[in-house]
Write a protein that binds this ligand. Structure first.
Ligand code: MN
Length: 497
């Protein structure tokens, strides 16, 4: 039955391959009490379901499911999400049905899988329209952010195996990733995902610029790294001598895409030597007070550059990012950026919204589905995405809906999204799409099944209206159940005639 024998070791073979034992070991390293049985079950179920299927690059399809799950384990997600990630393509790409999943794994995991599939079914038809659709869906799905996290991880793996596809397809996927997925990862505060999505897409969307930037980076990086090493040793030594506690000191290199973006700033004139954060030193300290102590100490050690101190602790970035950044004349007068944060801020910067997941009362204990304060704040901020999408002036206008209260989003069979009030019916949907479709409507299919016209719709439903060309007008009885004003009006108007 299990024909794909794990023949790869970690670090060899397909990207992010894990045997089931490796995956479980990884999860237990951050959550010793995790229910790993469900992960094992999902792993074996998906392996069997995808048996015989291949990726475009020739790898067994199952490697994709594993990579998607492994990336989520990297950001320490819970076992429900990881199990759903392992299973995320089984409904779409194998014979397995929703009901089967529900029977095997319960409603929660089955729903995660089905919602990830729905997100994939949205078609990319021109950026403007697509963005509008994807935004609405992401917002609707924000009620369960885990769907978005699985989707992002799925996309990262697809990007890392993009070379096997046709150039047009590479371009489309990479562009979509850069324009839609990276801003979403940024919005969620998952710095690691954002950087990875951008760098993986960069080479396909702007190949020339990518190679130029890469060459430039390779030329300057080794030197910067050596220097970073020296500065890091000095810090450890000096802090130790002065008895100031630090958790860790490590370097970070700038992602290529963000380097390229920065080089385009007019004041830098494309000169990489004017970029001071090509590499940066991160100092992780125990708590907030220690952040400021460390800052003072660094400034005593090395002279700061004027106007380069940014206190994102007192004033966090819109996505919640917190840190103190300062740029100093380091050893031998070389300029270096230093970032200081405490452990919790660091987790948030790397894992963003996923870090909230560790406060697992949301998942396990709290059945009322009330998100913790932090999550809630974040979800509200989701509606303020203005920065990432400044080119779309109407965005806030179109978002004047109370996303988390009374709005649902359903799909047309073509993958367009239609927004409706809660408990809206197929008739409301029909009128929202087109008056004529409403007037000629005789029946409906919801998620491929015939459904009564007064069925209350739910977010994520796919609705198809069955029309009768010869129908003269709407049924006045519909007035008893429609929820939208426009449907009511049309029906009343027709009744008068
Ligand atoms: Mn997938």
């Amino acid at each position: 039955m299990l024909s794909i024998k794990p023949k790869w070791k970690r670090g060899k073979g397909p990207p992010r391959w894990r045997t089931v034992d490796e995956l479980i070991e990884q999860i237990q390293s951050y959550d010793p009490e995790a229910d790993t049985d469900i992960v094992k079950l999902a792993y074996e179920f998906a392996e069997h379901a995808h048996e015989g299927q291949k990726r475009a690059n020739g790898d067994p399809y199952f490697t994709h499911a594993v990579a998607t799950a492994a990336r989520l384990a990297d950001i320490k997600l819970d076992t429900t999400t990881i199990a759903a990630a392992l299973l995320h393509d089984v409904v779409e790409d194998t014979n397995c049905t929703y009901d089967e999943l529900k029977k095997e794994f319960g409603k929660e995991i089955a729903n995660l899988v089905i919602n990830v599939s729905k997100l994939s079914s949205i078609k990319y038809r021109g950026l403007e329209r697509y963005l509008e659709n994807i935004r609405k869906v992401f917002i609707a799905m924000a009620q369960d952010i885990r769907v978005v996290l699985i989707k992002l991880s799925d996309r990262i793996h697809n990007l890392s195996t993009l070379s096997a596809l046709r150039p047009e397809k590479q371009m489309r996927i990479a562009k979509e990733s850069l324009e839609v997925y990276a801003p979403i990862a940024n919005r969620l505060g998952i710095g690691e995902f954002k950087g990875e999505i951008e760098d993986l897409s960069f080479r396909y969307v702007y190949p020339d610029e990518f190679h130029k930037t890469q060459l430039m980076f390779q030329e300057h990086y080794p030197h910067a790294e050596k220097f970073l090493d020296k500065a890091s040793k000095t810090i450890k030594h000096e802090f130790n001598k002065a008895n100031i506690p630090i958790e860790s000191v490590h370097g970070r290199k700038k992602h290529l895409y963000s380097l390229w973006k920065k080089l385009q700033r007019p004041e830098l004139e494309g000169d990489i030597t004017k970029i001071h954060d090509l590499v940066a030193l991160r100092i992780i300290v125990p708590d907030i007070t220690a952040c400021y102590t460390a800052l003072g100490f660094i400034h005593k050690l090395w002279k700061p550059l004027k106007g380069r101190i940014k206190d994102y602790i007192a004033q966090p970035k819109p996505n919640g990012y917190q840190s103190i950044h300062t740029t100093v004349f380091g050893p031998h007068g070389r300029i270096i950026e230093i970032q200081i944060r405490d452990k919790e801020m660091h987790e948030l910067a790397e894992y963003g919204v996923a870090a909230h997941w560790h406060y697992s009362e949301f998942i396990k204990g709290n059945k009322s589905k009330t998100p913790p304060q932090k999550m809630y704040k974040w979800m509200k901020e989701l509606t303020n995405w203005k920065k990432e999408f400044e080119h779309d002036k109407n965005y806030l206008e179109t978002l004047k809906i109370d996303v988390f209260k009374n709005q649902i989003f359903v799909f047309t069979p073509d993958g367009d999204v239609v927004e409706l009030p809660e408990d809206a019916t197929p008739v409301d949907f029909a009128y929202r799409v087109h008056t004529d479709i409403g007037n000629k409507c005789t029946g409906a299919k919801v998620n491929d099944k015939i459904a009564p016209l007064d069925t209350p719709l739910k977010s994520g439903d796919v609705v198809e209206i069955i029309k009768d060309k010869n129908r003269k007008g709407p049924n006045p009885d519909w007035l008893s159940f429609v929820k939208t004003n426009s449907a009511q009006e049309h029906i009343r108007k027709a009744k008068k005639k």
